[in-house]
Design a protein around this ligand. Structure first.
Ligand code: HEC
Length: 207
């Protein structure tokens, strides 16, 4: 029974597939590993020799060297990018916009829409500090004002980062507008919190 059910080569031991040696009447069957298996076996040995020479024999770049050169590339790109942003947002770029009527008009529009609720329609201050006086949490220069608008104020104080809500141009223009408010006379100026705000000498050539 079952004698004729399996006729593949493994169930039909042929004489020529048996090894000649024998021990205690047990003979060994020649059953070689498949070709693909051998290919992987030898391939991995050859690869390991190449790997050893390449990474440890000083022939190629080590993983550490590859990492370092990649990181150098990254910081180069980052520095280039920062330079580009700084060129547009830095004091130099902002200074060019000071006093331009179209910049002040568009800055005022942004201020009225987004900032007046907290800083008052004329910058006299409400929840947010008075932007017309000489007491400031942060320095009242163009770069710092831009920085507060771009990054937001201190944690939990209520001044969010406007980057994203406003585009770069709007933030630049409202910066120039805010700076122009300093020294003006608002209707209901909020008193300075002298414990929290530092005094800055009045700017020259008040408008
Ligand atoms: C939700 C209320 C609120 C809105 C809206 C708001 N601010 Fe502020 N702002 C604050 C508060 C509160 C502070 C104080 C932050 C701190 O103490 O760090 C502040 C601080 C500032 C400062 C720094 C003042 C200083 O003394 O250093 C500037 C500049 C400023 N805001 C500009 C703006 C502009 C421009 C907008 C509109 C795009 C705006 N703020 C919208 C609440 C607001």
């Amino acid at each position: 029974m079952g004698q004729h059910e399996h006729h593949d080569e493994f169930s039909q031991p042929s004489k020529d597939r048996l090894f000649v040696h024998e021990f205690d009447g047990i003979q060994e069957y020649d059953n070689p590993m498949p070709g693909w298996w051998k290919a992987i076996f030898w391939g991995s040995i050859i690869f390991s020799v190449w790997y050893l020479i390449h990474y440890h024999g000083g022939m190629g770049e080590s993983i550490e060297q590859e990492y370092n050169s990649a990181m150098t590339q990254v910081s180069k790109l980052q520095a280039e990018y920062n330079k580009k942003v700084a060129a547009r947002t830095g004091t130099k770029a902002l200074k060019k916009l000071v006093g331009k009527p179209e910049v002040l008009a568009s800055g005022k529009k942004v201020f009225t829409t987004y900032c007046a609720v907290c800083h008052g329609p004329d910058g006299g201050g409400k929840v947010g500090p008075n932007l017309t006086d000489d007491y400031w949490v942060n320095a009242p220069d163009l770069k710092t004002i831009f920085g507060v608008i771009y990054n937001g104020g201190r944690e939990g104080k209520g001044m969010i980062s406007w980057n994203g809500t406003l585009n770069l141009k709007q933030m630049q223009h409202v910066t120039v507008y805010v700076q122009s408010l300093r020294g003006t006379k608002p209707k209901n100026p909020k008193a300075a919190d002298k414990k929290d705000e530092k005094y800055f000498a009045p700017k020259k050539g008040k408008k």
